[in-house]
Design a protein around this ligand. Sequence first.
Ligand code: CA
Length: 147
Amino acid sequence: MKKANQDLRIISRTFKYKAKKRLLQPYKYHCGTWDEMNNLCHEAGGQLAKVDTDNFMYYLIQYIIENGLDHHHYWIGASDSEVEDDYRWLDGSKVKRGTPFWGYYNDEQQPTSGTDLNCVYMSHTNFFYFYNYDCEGSFPAICEQVN
Ligand SMILES: [Ca+2]
């Protein structure tokens, strides 16, 4: 229960942030590489979102759908650019593997290995599960306020 409250606080904080037009955003109209979008988040006082709990992911996806933002993939703040196959959030913490975070592709659960696939997005064509992809791909992003 404590955990749930914590996640709700994150959500309400990001809602407040958006109200100030500074945002948590689904950046619906801006697309860019993972680095470009993280820079855009920085300019807004945040960073690419850390989607590290199932509960936060649930409310985030609900928010995306309720606001009609569900027609895009979104970069989030996870990558294995530093060490192949060792996915980390921007604060250096480990990205959990498996269900309920990662999607399914070609008979395998993501992420698939490959130094050409180092950045993570949430897939609108697959219920916003995580997929890894070329960091030079062009997607909108979900930014999160940084304390
Ligand atoms: Ca990789």
